[in-house]
Design a protein around this ligand. Sequence first.
Ligand code: SF4
Ligand code: SF4
Length: 78
Amino acid sequence: MTETETRTKNFTIEINQDWCKGCYICVEVCPVDDIFFIENDIGEKGFQPLDVHNLETCTGCKLCELLCPDLAIVINSK
Ligand code: SF4
Ligand code: SF4
């Protein structure tokens, strides 16, 4: 399993890259503009991979986790 875990001040954001299908619903529903980052280059799965940056602004609302259709994101409190 390919998994990225990003630690913020208050939360961890885990993205399971094997399950992510690049629908970017998480990006659309996140109330903070610049947490998620869509890479420019097409990855081996045929879409632009999702990544996380500007970590400190995550509010922990879990909208991304709740609305990801593939259960590819997990937000945990530290
Ligand atoms: S909502 Fe889930 S499947 Fe869609 S881009 Fe985000 S992590 Fe990937
Ligand atoms: S928990 Fe909320 S604020 Fe944090 S990345 Fe997910 S949707 Fe955005």
